[in-house]
Ligand binder design. Sequence first.
Ligand SMILES: Cc1cc2nc3c(=O)[nH]c(=O)nc-3n(C[C@H](O)[C@H](O)[C@H](O)COP(=O)(O)O)c2cc1C
Length: 514
Amino acid sequence: MNNWDVQATWNYHDGTKHSYWSIRNNPHFLDWENRPLPLKIYPKIEPFPLPRDVPQTGVAALSAISEPVHSSATDTVPELQALTRILYFSAGITKQRADPGGEIYFRAAACTGALYEIELYLVTGDLPGLDGGVYHFNPADISLRLLRKGDFRGNLSQATAMEPAVAHAPATIVCTGTYWRNAWKYQARTYRHFGWDNGTLLANLLAVSAASGLPAEIVLGFVDAEVNRLLDLDARREVSLCLVPIGCRSESPLPAPREAPALGLETIPVSQREVEYPAMLQMHDASSLESEEEVSQWRRNQPVFPSSALAGEPVRLQPLPEEEQPKDTIEQVILRRGSTRTFDGTASVTLAQLSTIFDGVTRGLPADFLEPPGAQLNDLYLIVHSVQGLKPGAYFFRRDRNTLELLNEGEFRAEAYHLGLEQELPADACVDIFFLADLRQILERYGNRGYRAVHLEAGAIGGRIYLAAYAQHLGATGLTFFDDDVIKFFSPHAKDKSAIFLLAIGKPLKRKPQ
Ligand SMILES: Cc1cc2nc3c(=O)[nH]c(=O)nc-3n(C[C@H](O)[C@H](O)[C@H](O)COP(=O)(O)O)c2cc1C
């Protein structure tokens, strides 16, 4: 039971921390000649084109983010149009831009370095317009490629130890991560990026599923080797990260698991040369679940994490009343989203705007590792620079009371510049949101797989924050950080926690016409 030898996580986490000196002493450079392909391409499989004329849902982004659809007695079976919408608005190409390093095809969700290491697969029974099979989604031509013909949902269900949402789902999306595609730039830290980048994509996926009236949830408990085999992955290069069952059929019998022999399907190499980072393979191995028994036992180990206490002076969050909230649809907001490249350092946001963001995104994610519903692994800490109605300073978000509690009053733009890897973005934003977690407690309850869970959760909440900010015509960007300096900044309150994720919100700088 590797998963419980949690020293593996500490080795990986401590070994991939950024510090002032680690950044300066790292001789790594970007080898543009060997830049990885941002897509997985199966050259010998015919595409199954997905429909291009999918109607939009018209559902307001802010409600799509915050009001998930729960499984009910009535069946909800996704049609091909709904599946296309979900795949496209999660991983589709939404913009393109010429860059000195080559054309960049930006996707629906934010992703570190625009390297797009997350792939989507679909495991489905027969659906209206789509035969049962295991498919790969290619965002370049908006098509599916059939890897295995037939209904393999029984295999997935078995791999999750009969997780109810998977067992009842007419279709399940599997998200994978390809190491080298992101490690080309970020080296061994890519394993953290898997959680972040998969998470932002999941925020879109859950919101668009909800807007389409389809229940969806994140499933992290599965036998890794079984799912990797079903997708025919070369697990030294690409690994399954999570499953998202879509829709619900209460009475439909699930097919028995079928033989899934190796396929050895040809794919175009990601780069001419690849570098393998053993630290990531070890982290993945140590957080893998090896049998159905281990999966069901893992899922029973559910924690209830109380928010930390002991902060000062509370300010209650007051979201905009429903009728005053912007009604831009989830599709409009996803198409508009793009990480802010320069914030206007003289701008401010209102407390109501910030509260509206927090209200929508901190209600808990639908995930098999979060019980009872509403539980959350990450704590949110803020550096407020310019929010009308709040004193500038460092704050702790007390989730159970929906309050911000002042830890330290002051102007901290210079500190934010430093903590966010000496970038202007966190200094010029209106507010920086740091995700911190009590890793010791998380590893105690979930073993090494808790490390995957806490990053995935952070990425998904971060992705929701992006959407809630853009729904209000604000800007946002994910950021990376100096790990230990972040903890020092928020201590003593945060002294036993680890830095997991960072996101800045503000107003994009409007460039003057030349
Ligand atoms: C977790 C995360 C961390 C990021 N860190 C940085 C960062 O440190 N600096 C930066 O300029 N952009 C950062 N970004 C923004 C990405 O570069 C951006 O998402 C990517 O280029 C894709 O562009 P888009 O978000 O506009 O679609 C980050 C994004 C994410 C999701």
